[in-house]
Design a protein around this ligand. Structure first.
Ligand code: MG
Ligand code: ZN
Length: 218
């Protein structure tokens, strides 16, 4: 019975997600669902992205957060349109929440839409929210055991971003092992090592976004 209820919830979510995806695709917007643990550096990666691509691509951001607007406040400093979804305790975003806020964005003048999910390595991976691709951010301070412990999110994500690579010498994080594990779970995944603090590897991330936007424009 529980299984059936879950299937129905996911089915309804997926219907709305498809509708959102169709609408955003019609406007040729490349949309990513940015996921990862609290503190992995999702918002910091976004800040680096905006610093680098402002003026080159027209970006918009949807910020999912349990209760606060702290991340949205950080984003709005860059002059990029941002809308906030407070899940009031909900541990992931669902498609209807995204659908509700889309009208607040100028989608006719957007190339790249980033939806930052609630910090969580588990259930965000289960819910499509209208994205073209999912991206997971994993920081080296979380440990390289995380891909094997939370395989679904890595399986679902087209890109895995290993962040805080500058801290590797101070941790037991084995980058090669993490890359091996991620590509075992998801052979075609793109794995990027970056440091949002030093800027190392950010170019590869920006190229991924540029390629996505170009592909979407046809
Ligand atoms: Mg954040
Ligand atoms: Zn959840």
């Amino acid at each position: 019975m529980e299984v059936k209820v879950m299937k129905d919830i996911l089915g309804e979510n997926d219907d709305i997600a498809s509708k959102i995806h169709g609408m955003l695709s019609g406007k040729k917007i490349f949309t990513i669902n940015l996921m990862g643990s609290p503190g992995s550096g999702k918002t910091t990666l976004l800040e680096q992205t905006m610093k680098a691509l402002n003026g080159e691509l027209r970006m918009a951001v949807i910020e999912g957060d349990l209760f606060t607007s702290k991340d949205a406040d950080r984003i709005s400093k860059y002059g990029v349109p941002v809308v906030q979804i407070n899940t009031t305790g909900g541990c992931h975003l669902e498609a209807p929440m995204v659908e509700k806020v889309l009208a607040k964005l100028d989608l006719d003048n957007t190339d790249l839409l980033v939806i930052e999910n609630v910090g969580n390595l588990v259930c965000p991976a289960e819910f499509a929210i209208g994205e073209d691709e999912k991206v997971v951010v994993l920081s080296v301070t979380e440990g390289n055991d995380k891909p094997m412990k939370y395989p679904l999110i890595f399986k679902e994500s087209a890109v895995s971003v290993i962040n805080k690579i500058d801290l590797v010498p101070y941790t037991d994080f084995d980058v090669n092992q993490a890359v091996d594990d991620i590509t075992t779970i998801h052979p075609s995944a793109r794995v990027l090592s970056v440091s949002c603090r030093t800027g190392e590897g950010i170019d590869g991330w920006l190229d991924y976004l540029r390629e996505g936007v170009k592909r979407k424009r046809g």
